[in-house]
Design a protein around this ligand. Sequence first.
Ligand SMILES: [Zn+2]
Length: 66
Amino acid sequence: MKRSINIHCRKDRKGLRMSYTPTGDGKSLVLQGITICCPYCKEARSLHNMTEEMFLEKVVGDKFFI
Ligand SMILES: [Zn+2]
């Protein structure tokens, strides 16, 4: 089962037109080294050493709030 998770800004809750498709490897790092700048609130965010397992625990429905 493959589903893509849409990335949203946790501040204004808007979609960032970015999605993540789980690889199935819970130990793999998600968005490592990638900085996302929200076009609405202009805040830059990134994930550090977040494994796919941790990432999926925080997903609500099909959304992840970064
Ligand atoms: Zn924002």
